[in-house]
Design a protein around this ligand. Structure first.
Ligand code: PLP
Length: 392
């Protein structure tokens, strides 16, 4: 049975058109794009076509795009490039709610002697802009702030941050892994210096990503070896996946406004129904400035993992935090940074939709969630006490 897949911030289905586009490059056209012969060399042109499509989705020039193996590599490369390009500067600024691809790399740099400021957020997951301003100093080499949070969908004021940093001539990287393909981005009017994206979040396969580096930005490669990607990222190109990423960007760009509207209407329908379905339910994060596809909902007095297991039995896939931290019993660092009460953090579920989510699927979740929550609350000592009625 096809699952009701509401875990699209973890990964997405490869679009059928994307799969069709990449398949010949896994079978018939297996040459190496660096080869002298036509069989391999012709792939070089295909890679450049794909670079143009990736560049288009964020409004930049193809030469400013470097293909990588994933969002994590793009993030790591951006941070490493900044510190290597400006070796005298030893201070970085990021936020407490970044993905581990940035957060753990900052911790790694801190162990090597760098000073890192982790910006706090308020209970809606919004940044304290004054804190950011006050944290900047002569020694600041890079500010890295995500475009939108993967757990709550909350969007940060990237335009405002980018303009503020541009005025002060401070390098700015944004992790836009959850944003590219979901809402329009135009770097012609948004002065960020580096931006990360990842194929598998926008209906391309896993194992391909890209880093945008603004023309004129000092750059130091992270992966060193051959001359691929103009000497900026060594390693024989993942040709089929690069072609897939180009196609995925082209498809997303064609329909971005309409898809965003449709997806957010379904997300809002689900969210409103969940808020009505039972008492002590809350939506985590700023609901006004948010990705169209994400909702993070807390159900008090139940464990998120228990909800997920029950949903799984009904064939519904959701998540209780970022996929990279699930499997550990650590509560979400994002919700904790937002000051979400302990009991609500433990009962939090993220639903993330995509262009393939249907109204029927949302109706199914709306139907089963009250049953699951009621059943689990009956099992929990706190829930039983609070929600039991004389007849039950
Ligand atoms: N940044 C964010 C905001 C993400 O959500 C993710 C993946 O969940 C990543 C980075 C890492 O991307 P990848 O899985 O392509 O390494």
């Amino acid at each position: 049975m096809k699952p009701v897949y509401l875990d699209n911030n973890a990964t997405t289905q490869v679009a059928p058109d994307v799969l069709r586009e990449m398949q010949p490059f896994l079978s018939d056209y297996y040459g190496n794009p660096s080869s002298m012969h036509t069989f391999g060399g012709q792939l070089h042109r295909k890679i450049e076509d794909s670079r143009e499509m990736v560049a288009s989705i964020i409004g930049v020039s193809p030469e400013e795009i470097i293909f990588t193996s994933c969002g994590t590599e793009s993030d790591n490369t951006a941070l490493m490039s900044a510190v290597e390009s400006f070796p005298r500067k030893k201070h970085l600024i990021t936020t407490k709610v970044e993905h581990p691809a940035v957060l753990n790399f900052c911790r790694h740099l801190a162990r090597k002697g760098y000073r890192v400021t982790y910006l706090p957020v308020n209970n809606l997951g919004q940044l304290d802009m004054d804190f950011l301003l006050k944290s900047l100093d002569e020694d600041t080499v890079l500010v890295s702030i995500m475009y939108a949070n993967n757990e709550t969908g909350v969007l940060f004021p990237i335009q405002e941050i980018a303009e503020m940093l541009r005025e002060r001539d401070i390098l700015f990287h944004t992790d836009a892994v959850q944003v590219v393909g979901k809402i329009p981005i135009d770097l012609k009017t948004l002065p960020v210096d580096m931006l990360s994206l990842s194929g598998h979040k926008l209906h391309a396969p896993k194992g391909v990503g890209a880093l945008y580096v603004r023309k004129g930005t000092r750059f130091s490669p992270y992966i060193i070896g051959g001359h691929q990607e103009n000497g900026r990222r060594a390693g024989t190109e993942n040709v089929a996946s690069i072609i897939a990423l180009g196609k995925a960007c082209q498809l997303a760009l064609e329909n971005i406004q309409e898809e965003s509207r449709n997806v957010s209407a379904l997300r809002d329908k689900l969210e409103n129904a969940l808020l009505k379905c039972c008492p002590d339910v809350r939506v985590n994060g700023d609901t006004e400035h948010r990705l169209p596809n994400t909702t993070n909902v807390s159900f008090e007095y139940v464990e998120g993992e228990a909800i997920l297991l029950r949903l799984n039995e009904y064939g519904v896939c959701a998540s209780s935090g970022s996929a990279c931290t699930s499997g550990s019993l650590e509560p979400s660092h994002v919700l904790r940074a937002m000051g979400v009460p302990y009991t609500a953090v433990h009962g939090s579920i993220r639903f993330s939709l995509s262009r393939y989510t249907s109204d029927d699927e949302i109706n199914k979740v709306i139907e089963i969630m009250p049953l699951i929550i009621k059943e689990l609350r009956q099992l929990s000592p706190f829930g039983r006490e609070k929600f039991s009625c004389p007849s039950s």
